[in-house]
Design a protein around this ligand. Sequence first.
Ligand SMILES: [Zn+2]
Ligand SMILES: [Zn+2]
Length: 82
Amino acid sequence: MVAEKTLMTAKGYLCLICSRSRTDLTGIKQHLQDSHMDTGVRYRCPICRNIYKTKNSFQNHISLKHREELRGMDQTKCIVYE
Ligand SMILES: [Zn+2]
Ligand SMILES: [Zn+2]
């Protein structure tokens, strides 16, 4: 599962989904879990109330739409469970 979503490179492991990299296998596993796995955790944008399934897509949305308003906000407050 991890193998098909990552690529081992000279510098470590590259995530094939978002092109981020980690230096070790534990790190890339953690990244996949945090960013791309559906763990039942949802993130709700406090401004437009959109729901995101992954931290990655949530953070993307925040940085694209509300970078200024939500600078330094506590993202854990946006986590909701279904
Ligand atoms: Zn990724
Ligand atoms: Zn929003």
